[in-house]
Design a protein around this ligand. Sequence first.
Ligand code: MIC
Ligand code: SF4
Length: 639
Amino acid sequence: MALNLTQKIIQKHLVEGSTNPKSPLSLRIDQTLTQDATGTMAYLQFEAMGLPRVRNELAVSYVDHNTLQSGFENADDHRFLQSMAARYGIHFSRPGNGICHQVHLERFGIPGKTLLGSDSHTPTAGGIGMLAIGAGGLDVALAMAGRPFHLNMPAVVNVRLTGKLNRFVSAKDIILEILRRLTVKGGVGKILEYSGEGVKSLDVPERATITNMGAELGATSSLFPSDAKTLQFLKAQGRPEAYQPLSADPGAAYDEILEVHLADIEPLIAKPHMPDQVVPVRDLNGTPVHQVALGSCTNSSFRDLSMIARMMRGRHVHPNVSAALAPGSRQVVRTLMERGEWDAIIRSGIRILENVCGPCIGMGFSPPSHAVSLRTFNRNFEGRSGTRSAGVYLCSPETAVAAALTGSVTDPRDLGLKAVPPGIPKLFPLDDSMIIPPLDSGESVEVIRGPNIKPLPVRGPLPERIEGQVLIKVGDNITTDHIMPAGSKILPLRSNIPAISEFVFEAVDPTFAQRARAAGGGFIVGGSNYGQGSSREHAALAPMALGVKAVLAKSFARIHLANLINFGILPLVFQEESGYDHICTGDVLEMKAGNLVQKPLVILNKTQGIEIPVSHSLSERDIAIIHAGGSLSYAKSQI
Ligand code: MIC
Ligand code: SF4
C-alpha cells in the first residue's frame, strides 16, 4: 500500500495500535527536548520515576525562556537543570546558546526520527523531516524513561505547495495564509504534511518557520519531506551522515488536501489578539507602529536575520520606533558576523537582546501603553507581551523591517529595496562549546536544588462522587496563557507550584485562586478549543493544586487535554453544545465518577435543578490514569 510520510514514520516507531484513522496508538520516541520553563517540572517528574539514567536515544535540556535573572529563582533553576543533566545523561544547552527549536534544528535534528518536546513549538523540527510533537513535561519525562508516547492517529492533511514566492514574501506569509484559511482550531487532531513543487524552493529554515507555526493551528505536528535541501542544510551543519531521503509514496492517500499557490500569496499580518486574525499588510498600510520585535523560534534563523541586515544596511530605525532583536542562536550571530551583516544590524539602531525567547514570552521589551507592536513571533494573545493595552501584530521579518524603517505598517514591496535573502552557507561556523555533553556515568553527581524548587503536589485517586462550585465560566479559544500566564513576574515561579497557583486566570479574574481555595476546589467551564497554545502543564498542575476536579468544555486543544489527564483532572465535553448555556459561575454541580466507561455521563446542576449530559474522549488507559490520580502514580506502577 502506498503510504504518506507521516504513516511511514509512525509505522517505523509504532509500539502499539495502528495508523487507522483516529485509532489509539503509542510511539517510540527517539529524541526529547525540554526548555527551562517546562523542564524543571519534567525533570522532577523524571527523578520521581527512580531511574539511574535517561533511556531514549538523545535527550537535550535547553535554557532559553527564563533568562531574565532579576532574583535567585531563574539562576537556581538553571543550576538545577545543569546538575540534573549531568546526573541523568542529558545534553545541556547553556543559557545564551540559543532558542531550543533553532538549536535543535541546527545541531540535533535527524530526518525520520521522532522528537517529543515540552514545548508546543517542537514541530519546528518537522522542517528537517522529523516527526516532532509538543507535549506536557510529564509526557516528555515518560519518554525519557523509555516509555512510548500515546496519541490517537491524527488525520493527515496534504498541503500542496505550487509555484514560487514573490520577492519580499516569505515562509511566514505562507503559514499566515494557512492560518487565515484554517483558523486556530483548524489543525486540531491533524498532521500537516507538505509536498509539491513549491517545497523545493524552500530551504530547511524556511520550512521550519512553517512547521513551527503549525502549532498555532492546533495541529499535532507538521512535516516536510527530506530532500536535496535537507542534505544541503545538514552538510552546512557538518552532519551529512544524518541525512536520508524521505517522502510519501507516489499515490499515497490523505484525509484532506489543501492547495496553496505560493505566487498568489502577498505579505500578510495577524492582528491582535489571535494568530488567525490575518489580513493583507496593505489593508493596514500607514498604521503608526511604536515597537518592532525581531526573533523567536519562528523567525530567527540566519536566513531571516540576514534578510533583516540586508534590508537595514545603510538605513536606520525610524525615530518613533523602538526595534529589538533576539537572535535564534550563537551560530546565527556568528554567521552574520563572518559575513559582515552583524555590523549592518548594529549600525541600524536595532537593540540587541540575548539569543533567547525574550519578548516572545513577555521576558522584557514589553511595549508601551496602547502601543502597536509588530513582531516576527507566533503568538499575539492579549497581555502576553506584558502590556495588556498593547496590540501585537504578527508578521514576517520583511514586513517588520519595513515598519521599523518607516514608522508605520508598510508593505515591504513598496520600499523599492533590492535585498534578496541569502542561501544556505556552505558551512555554518560550528561550535558546540555551549552544549555540555552527558557524562559516562552521572551517579556521583549531586543535584543542586535552590529554595525556588518545591516538591510536586500530588492528587489522590478520583473519588466516587465529585461535587463543587463552578469557579469560572469562560468562552471559546481560551489559551493556556489565559489559564496560567507567563511573563517576567510569574515565569520564575514555574518550579514552585504553590506560589504560581496564585496566578491562575489572573488576567481573566484575579479573584480566581482565592475563590478556588476558599471553595476547596471545584469546576471550570470552557467553550471550544479550551487550552490552546502553550504546552505548559502548569495550566493543569496549578488548577489541580487549587483543587479543580473537572473541566467541562465544548472541546479541548490536544496538549492541554493530555495535561489535564496527566494531573488527574477530569476533562468532560458537553454532549450537546447547549449544555454550556445551562451552567453559570457559582452553580453547584455533582457527578458520579465511579464508572467513567459508561457514556454519556450526567452532571447534576444542583443550583438550577437540571441534568446535563456530558461525554469524554478518554481511552481505557486515560481512565485508569484519572482513577489513579494522574500519570505519575499510574506510571510508577508500570515501570
Ligand atoms: C510559549 O511559546 O508559549 C512557550 C513559553 O514556549 C510554551 C512553553 C511554556 O509555557 O513554558 C509553549 O509554547 O509550549
Ligand atoms: Fe520561545 Fe516564543 Fe518559541 Fe515559545 S514561541 S519557544 S516563548 S520563542
